[in-house]
Ligand binder design. Structure first.
Ligand code: TMP
Length: 236
């Protein structure tokens, strides 16, 4: 499989075509944005951490029955993945109130929710990824009822698996965002799972070990990414 022309460049990754129409190469960047691209910066070493952490988690999820786009890690920053058609939904699971949920609903950050909750945003940068519900998603033709059911089932199952993995690493999974794609008409997990897309708090001190350190200018951003990576046993 040979890397060919760049297909797309996003805020955190570049995507390349290969000579196999079913395979793309993802290349993770160190650049970081927040607030729909308004805040820009760079987190040294993030590309490699997010690539290797995503691949590690996707391999574990596959073993637990979640189909993913992962094929093969090619280098520190690059991975071969199945070429999917991304379902234009950001799927967010929350275990503990934080971020936009706390703000919108007036609930203190850190409040444990009575059960995990799911929300959908319409992936559309021009609109700022607006919050929608599954009825909107069907009405707009973003996904079918069957696809939404599959996505919901996978998302809650992924939450159970990730909570267990992170807890074993001394981390509370507060919330996370995932994306799915269609691969030959089947829904599979795509994109990434990393400190960019999860809120992870130290289990005893509640110290934030994720991208909120960048979003909120809390300092020690690189250190937090390295800390998560090494707690998962991925350093070295
Ligand atoms: P929120 O509280 O800002 O809605 O974020 C919920 C979770 O989703 C949090 O873990 C961060 C992640 N997230 C992304 O991965 N990408 C985004 O663009 C946003 C807004 C949040």
């Amino acid at each position: 499989m040979n890397k060919q022309a760049q297909l797309y460049e996003g805020k955190a990754k570049k995507i390349f075509l290969t000579d196999d129409p079913d395979i793309l190469i993802v290349s993770y960047k160190d650049s970081a944005t927040a607030f729909n691209g308004e805040k820009k910066g760079s987190i040294k070493g993030k590309g490699e951490i997010n690539n290797r952490m995503t691949n590690y988690l996707f391999r574990l999820l596959e073993k637990e029955g979640i189909p993913t786009h992962y094929i093969k890690e090619l280098s520190g920053r690059e991975t071969a993945v199945k070429r999917v058609e991304i379902v234009p939904l950001e799927v967010i699971i929350r275990n503990v109130a934080a971020g936009s949920f706390s703000k919108r609903l007036g609930i203190a950050e850190g409040t444990v929710l009575k059960e995990p909750t799911i929300e959908f945003s319409y992936k559309n940068d021009a609109l700022g990824d607006p919050l929608i519900n599954s009825s909107f998603a069907r009405a707009l033709g973003l996904a079918s009822e069957e696809e939404i059911d599959t996505i919901k089932n996978y998302a809650f199952k992924i939450n159970q698996i990730l909570k267990r993995i992170f807890l074993a690493a001394g981390l509370k999974l507060i919330d996370f965002k995932i994306e799915f794609g269609r691969y030959h008409d089947k829904i599979i997990l795509a994109d990434e799972i990393s400190p960019d897309t999860c809120r992870l708090w130290d289990v005893t001190t509640n110290e934030k070990l994720d991208k909120d350190r960048f979003r909120r200018d809390l300092g020690n951003v690189e250190e937090a990414y390295v800390e998560v990576f090494s707690r998962l046993g991925l350093n070295g």
